[in-house]
Design a binder for this molecule. Sequence first.
Ligand SMILES: [Zn+2]
Length: 213
Amino acid sequence: MARLSRRGVLRGAVLLGGAAAGLAASSPASASVEQVSIASCGAWGARPPSGALTIDQHRPNKIIVHHTALANSTDYSQAHAFQNSRDIQDLHMDGNGWVDSGQHFTNSRGGWLTEGRNGSLYALLHGQTMVQGAHCVGQNDQAIGIENEGTYLTEQPPAALWNSLVAFCAFTCQQYAIPPTEIYGHKDFNNTQCPGLLHDRLPELRTAVAGRL
Ligand SMILES: [Zn+2]
Protein backbone atom coordinates (compact mmCIF):
# COMPACT_ATOMS: atom_id res chain seq x y z
CA MET A 1 0.00 0.00 0.00
CA ALA A 2 1.26 3.47 -0.86
CA ARG A 3 1.64 4.79 2.64
CA LEU A 4 3.35 8.03 1.78
CA SER A 5 0.76 9.10 -0.72
CA ARG A 6 -2.02 8.06 1.62
CA ARG A 7 -0.63 10.32 4.31
CA GLY A 8 -0.41 13.10 1.79
CA VAL A 9 -4.05 12.69 0.89
CA LEU A 10 -5.03 12.62 4.54
CA ARG A 11 -3.15 15.81 5.31
CA GLY A 12 -4.76 17.50 2.33
CA ALA A 13 -8.21 16.40 3.41
CA VAL A 14 -7.62 17.74 6.90
CA LEU A 15 -6.41 21.10 5.64
CA LEU A 16 -9.29 21.50 3.24
CA GLY A 17 -12.22 20.17 5.17
CA GLY A 18 -11.16 19.33 8.70
CA ALA A 19 -12.38 22.47 10.40
CA ALA A 20 -15.62 22.78 8.46
CA ALA A 21 -16.55 19.12 8.86
CA GLY A 22 -15.65 18.96 12.52
CA LEU A 23 -13.67 15.79 12.95
CA ALA A 24 -14.96 13.98 9.91
CA ALA A 25 -11.84 13.74 7.78
CA SER A 26 -12.34 12.27 4.35
CA SER A 27 -11.25 8.73 3.75
CA PRO A 28 -8.13 8.57 1.62
CA ALA A 29 -8.73 7.48 -1.96
CA SER A 30 -6.47 4.45 -1.55
CA ALA A 31 -8.22 3.26 1.60
CA SER A 32 -10.16 0.04 1.36
CA VAL A 33 -12.01 0.31 4.66
CA GLU A 34 -14.93 2.63 5.04
CA GLN A 35 -14.63 5.21 7.79
CA VAL A 36 -16.68 4.20 10.79
CA SER A 37 -19.03 6.64 12.45
CA ILE A 38 -17.68 7.54 15.88
CA ALA A 39 -19.45 10.15 18.01
CA SER A 40 -16.94 12.67 19.33
CA CYS A 41 -16.59 13.68 22.97
CA GLY A 42 -18.41 16.88 22.05
CA ALA A 43 -21.34 14.92 20.63
CA TRP A 44 -22.01 12.90 23.78
CA GLY A 45 -21.28 15.70 26.22
CA ALA A 46 -17.93 14.64 27.66
CA ARG A 47 -16.37 16.67 30.43
CA PRO A 48 -13.05 18.31 29.62
CA PRO A 49 -10.01 16.46 31.02
CA SER A 50 -9.13 17.48 34.57
CA GLY A 51 -5.45 17.81 33.63
CA ALA A 52 -3.03 17.62 30.74
CA LEU A 53 -3.25 14.62 28.42
CA THR A 54 -0.09 13.18 26.90
CA ILE A 55 0.05 12.95 23.12
CA ASP A 56 2.49 10.27 22.02
CA GLN A 57 4.17 11.25 18.78
CA HIS A 58 3.99 7.80 17.26
CA ARG A 59 1.43 5.31 16.05
CA PRO A 60 0.01 2.64 18.33
CA ASN A 61 1.12 -0.87 17.43
CA LYS A 62 -1.89 -2.83 18.65
CA ILE A 63 -5.56 -2.74 19.68
CA ILE A 64 -6.68 -4.05 23.07
CA VAL A 65 -10.28 -5.22 23.50
CA HIS A 66 -12.08 -4.74 26.83
CA HIS A 67 -15.53 -5.23 28.26
CA THR A 68 -16.83 -2.67 30.75
CA ALA A 69 -17.97 -5.29 33.28
CA LEU A 70 -21.13 -3.19 33.67
CA ALA A 71 -24.72 -4.30 33.13
CA ASN A 72 -25.87 -5.95 29.89
CA SER A 73 -28.42 -3.29 29.04
CA THR A 74 -31.24 -4.00 26.62
CA ASP A 75 -31.41 -0.32 25.64
CA TYR A 76 -29.71 -0.29 22.26
CA SER A 77 -30.28 3.39 21.49
CA GLN A 78 -27.66 6.00 20.73
CA ALA A 79 -28.93 8.01 23.69
CA HIS A 80 -28.08 5.10 25.95
CA ALA A 81 -24.64 4.75 24.36
CA PHE A 82 -23.98 8.42 25.09
CA GLN A 83 -25.15 7.99 28.70
CA ASN A 84 -22.90 4.94 29.01
CA SER A 85 -19.95 7.04 27.83
CA ARG A 86 -20.75 9.73 30.40
CA ASP A 87 -21.08 7.11 33.16
CA ILE A 88 -17.70 5.58 32.29
CA GLN A 89 -16.04 8.98 32.22
CA ASP A 90 -17.52 9.88 35.62
CA LEU A 91 -16.35 6.55 37.03
CA HIS A 92 -12.84 7.01 35.69
CA MET A 93 -12.49 10.66 36.70
CA ASP A 94 -14.38 10.71 40.01
CA GLY A 95 -13.88 7.09 41.09
CA ASN A 96 -10.38 6.35 39.82
CA GLY A 97 -9.09 9.92 39.93
CA TRP A 98 -7.96 9.81 36.30
CA VAL A 99 -7.76 12.92 34.12
CA ASP A 100 -10.29 11.53 31.63
CA SER A 101 -11.86 8.29 30.37
CA GLY A 102 -9.20 5.60 30.39
CA GLN A 103 -10.08 4.01 27.05
CA HIS A 104 -9.73 5.61 23.65
CA PHE A 105 -13.09 4.45 22.31
CA THR A 106 -16.30 2.82 23.48
CA ASN A 107 -18.65 0.44 21.70
CA SER A 108 -22.23 0.01 22.90
CA ARG A 109 -24.46 -3.06 22.87
CA GLY A 110 -26.49 -1.32 20.21
CA GLY A 111 -23.35 -0.93 18.08
CA TRP A 112 -22.84 2.80 18.63
CA LEU A 113 -19.21 3.88 18.71
CA THR A 114 -18.08 6.86 20.75
CA GLU A 115 -14.80 8.57 21.46
CA GLY A 116 -13.48 7.91 24.96
CA ARG A 117 -10.44 9.91 25.97
CA ASN A 118 -10.52 13.43 24.49
CA GLY A 119 -8.44 13.79 21.33
CA SER A 120 -8.50 10.09 20.43
CA LEU A 121 -10.76 10.58 17.41
CA TYR A 122 -8.67 13.41 15.99
CA ALA A 123 -5.57 11.24 16.39
CA LEU A 124 -7.24 8.23 14.74
CA LEU A 125 -8.45 10.22 11.75
CA HIS A 126 -4.95 11.58 11.18
CA GLY A 127 -3.27 8.24 11.80
CA GLN A 128 0.07 9.52 13.07
CA THR A 129 -0.17 10.00 16.83
CA MET A 130 -2.07 8.61 19.80
CA VAL A 131 -3.37 10.01 23.05
CA GLN A 132 -1.82 8.12 25.93
CA GLY A 133 -4.59 6.08 27.54
CA ALA A 134 -5.28 4.47 30.92
CA HIS A 135 -6.78 1.09 30.03
CA CYS A 136 -4.03 -1.53 30.29
CA VAL A 137 -0.95 -1.34 32.50
CA GLY A 138 2.22 -1.40 30.40
CA GLN A 139 0.41 -0.79 27.10
CA ASN A 140 -1.04 2.69 27.45
CA ASP A 141 1.47 4.31 25.12
CA GLN A 142 1.32 1.42 22.64
CA ALA A 143 -2.26 0.22 22.34
CA ILE A 144 -5.63 1.68 21.38
CA GLY A 145 -8.17 0.59 23.99
CA ILE A 146 -11.75 -0.18 22.95
CA GLU A 147 -14.29 -0.69 25.76
CA ASN A 148 -17.28 -2.84 24.87
CA GLU A 149 -20.36 -2.19 26.96
CA GLY A 150 -21.40 -5.16 29.07
CA THR A 151 -20.13 -8.25 30.87
CA TYR A 152 -19.26 -11.28 28.75
CA LEU A 153 -18.11 -13.89 31.24
CA THR A 154 -21.06 -16.21 30.54
CA GLU A 155 -22.99 -14.39 27.85
CA GLN A 156 -22.06 -13.55 24.26
CA PRO A 157 -22.29 -9.95 23.06
CA PRO A 158 -25.15 -8.91 20.77
CA ALA A 159 -24.51 -9.09 17.02
CA ALA A 160 -24.69 -5.30 16.76
CA LEU A 161 -21.80 -4.91 19.20
CA TRP A 162 -19.75 -7.54 17.41
CA ASN A 163 -20.33 -6.00 13.99
CA SER A 164 -19.32 -2.52 15.12
CA LEU A 165 -16.25 -3.96 16.87
CA VAL A 166 -15.15 -5.56 13.60
CA ALA A 167 -15.73 -2.32 11.69
CA PHE A 168 -13.93 -0.26 14.32
CA CYS A 169 -10.90 -2.56 14.41
CA ALA A 170 -10.67 -2.66 10.61
CA PHE A 171 -10.74 1.12 10.34
CA THR A 172 -8.25 1.53 13.17
CA CYS A 173 -5.87 -1.05 11.70
CA GLN A 174 -6.03 0.81 8.40
CA GLN A 175 -5.50 4.28 9.88
CA TYR A 176 -2.52 3.23 11.98
CA ALA A 177 -1.18 0.42 9.75
CA ILE A 178 -1.69 -2.09 12.56
CA PRO A 179 -1.64 -5.72 11.39
CA PRO A 180 -4.91 -7.54 12.27
CA THR A 181 -2.80 -10.09 14.12
CA GLU A 182 -2.05 -7.33 16.65
CA ILE A 183 -5.52 -7.30 18.18
CA TYR A 184 -5.46 -8.55 21.75
CA GLY A 185 -7.57 -8.77 24.88
CA HIS A 186 -6.87 -7.09 28.20
CA LYS A 187 -6.09 -10.42 29.90
CA ASP A 188 -3.17 -10.95 27.51
CA PHE A 189 -1.33 -8.25 29.47
CA ASN A 190 -2.88 -7.83 32.91
CA ASN A 191 -4.32 -10.17 35.55
CA THR A 192 -8.01 -9.80 34.71
CA GLN A 193 -10.96 -11.74 33.25
CA CYS A 194 -11.54 -8.89 30.78
CA PRO A 195 -12.86 -9.17 28.08
CA GLY A 196 -14.44 -12.53 28.96
CA LEU A 197 -15.82 -14.56 26.06
CA LEU A 198 -14.76 -11.82 23.66
CA HIS A 199 -11.22 -13.03 24.31
CA ASP A 200 -12.08 -16.48 22.96
CA ARG A 201 -13.31 -14.82 19.80
CA LEU A 202 -10.13 -12.86 19.07
CA PRO A 203 -9.05 -15.29 16.32
CA GLU A 204 -12.47 -14.77 14.66
CA LEU A 205 -12.09 -11.01 15.11
CA ARG A 206 -8.61 -10.95 13.57
CA THR A 207 -9.82 -12.99 10.60
CA ALA A 208 -12.86 -10.75 10.09
CA VAL A 209 -10.69 -7.63 10.24
CA ALA A 210 -8.14 -9.09 7.84
CA GLY A 211 -10.99 -9.75 5.43
CA ARG A 212 -11.89 -6.06 5.42
CA LEU A 213 -8.38 -4.75 4.76
ZN1 LIG B 1 -10.17 -4.45 30.37
